[in-house]
Design a protein around this ligand. Structure first.
Ligand code: KDG
Ligand code: MG
Length: 403
């Protein structure tokens, strides 16, 4: 029986901050897990170092479910993004080790392939209407079949999804939190025009998505969903903050626009009513947020009964280890919907090597044993952690609002 010999946390900032867990066995095989929690990285790294790693030493790495339950039930303090990201990192690393020990890719351990390729969606971020049209067109030319469109809103200075300069959008910024500005009225007046213009320009075929980023009340979300129905969005994401799961009943009464929710959720209990009452169409919780592959398997299986498909979060703050885990998972389950793909910074790719690939709008996890991702620790050491925060958001009158 192999044993966990040691484990360490690698915190680095190649383009942005990442927290990576590396678990070593006494047989020389190691596994990687992602523990990155954007803007709160050090909370998870210290949770792992102080409270989790000491409990792992000497355990049998093949007992993935038992170790998961030990860390979850054994902490007494359940759920929450810090705890669940730490458990997720351990879980990913153990699946990686199991795949390497059995010399097979992780998707094989999850039931094998359920499809040949994984449809991903890209981000098109424009400062205004014409810029957004151009960005959507550019991504369609790159082969993407699905594109999320975010746009600067007339009359609002700085908002979610729109880069300050042309190019990549990375919401976390170094130093203390920056402030965005918000007006629901300006947003609601503008958004239908954006999607009408996109359909006029690109026709019916491309899948178009949009992220409201938790900014509407249920009735406002109902209005928006109804007004964009003619442009048949693939989904409207996080239209209302979802702690109050029953609020989605009101949205459902008003619109048939498909709804996606859950990138900030940590466990099956955060989404139980949303799923079982069929209030959403896509569940967004990712492998790193939702307690790893083991817990996400339960979530996806539960969702399958209620016609809810997956649409995992895949922003750049989820490291290549989460991306690889997600792709193995996406390939294996029946109720896969779509996968978010926000390519990592070139510098990130110098630290993490990967066997997953993108081609013509689809991704593939590759056939390397385990997750197929590695970290170059010498390269990682060149990019020490830098404090960075997500922005906060205020209404035009100064009221603190949802970001
Ligand atoms: O860390 C926060 C980002 O991951 C988030 O703002 C991105 O909403 C997001 C998305 O849908 O990718
Ligand atoms: Mg989102």
């Amino acid at each position: 029986m192999a044993k966990i010999k040691s484990a360490k946390v690698i915190v680095c900032s190649p383009g942005r901050n990442f927290v990576t867990l590396k678990i070593m066995t006494d047989e020389g095989v190691y596994g990687l897990g992602d523990a990155t929690l954007n803007g709160r990285e050090k909370a998870v790294s210290s949770y792992l170092e102080e409270h989790v790693i000491p409990c792992l030493i000497g355990r049998d790495p093949s007992q993935i479910e038992d170790i998961w339950q030990y860390l979850y039930k054994g902490a007494y303090w359940r759920r929450g993004p810090v705890t669940m990201s730490a458990i997720a990192a351990v879980d990913m690393a153990l699946w990686d080790i199991k795949g390497k020990m059995l010399n097979t890719p992780v998707y094989n351990l999850l039931g094998g392939k359920s499809r040949d390729k994984i449809m991903v969606y890209a981000h098109a971020n424009g400062k205004d209407l014409s810029d957004t049209v151009e960005e959507v067109g550019r991504h369609l030319e790159m082969g993407y079949k699905a594109v999320r469109a975010q746009s600067g809103i007339p009359g609002i200075d700085k908002t979610y999804g729109v880069p300050k300069d042309k190019g990549r959008y990375e919401p976390a910024e170094k130093g203390l939190p920056k402030e965005d500005q918000w007006s629901t009225e300006k947003y609601l007046n503008y958004l239908p025009t954006l999607f009408k213009t996109l359909r006029d320009e690109f026709g019916d075929e491309p899948h178009l998505l949009h992220d409201c980023h938790h900014r509407l009340t249920p009735i406002e979300a109902g209005r928006l969903g109804k007004e964009v129905e003619p442009y048949h969005l693939f989904w409207l994401e996080d239209c209302t903050p979802a702690e109050l799961q029953e609020s989605f009943k009101l949205i459902r009464q008003h619109t048939t626009t498909p709804l996606a929710v859950g990138e900030v959720f940590n466990s099956i209990w955060d989404m139980q009513e949303l799923i079982s009452s069929q209030l959403i169409d896509y569940i967004r919780t990712s492998i790193v947020r939702g307690g790893g592959i083991s817990h996400m398997k339960k979530i996806a299986n539960f969702a399958e009964i209620y016609h809810v498909r997956t649409g995992f979060h895949g922003a750049t703050d989820l490291s290549p280890v989460t991306m690889a885990s997600a792709l193995h998972f996406d390939l294996s389950i029946n109720n896969f919907g779509i996968q978010e793909h926000m390519p990592h910074h070139e510098i990130t790719e110098e630290v993490f090597s990967r066997s997953y690939t993108f081609e013509d709008g689809f991704m593939y996890p590759g056939d390397a044993p385990g997750l197929g991702v590695d970290i170059n620790e010498d390269e990682a050491a060149k990019y020490p952690y830098e404090r960075a925060y997500l922005p906060v958001n205020r209404k035009e009158d100064g009221t603190m609002f949802n970001w």
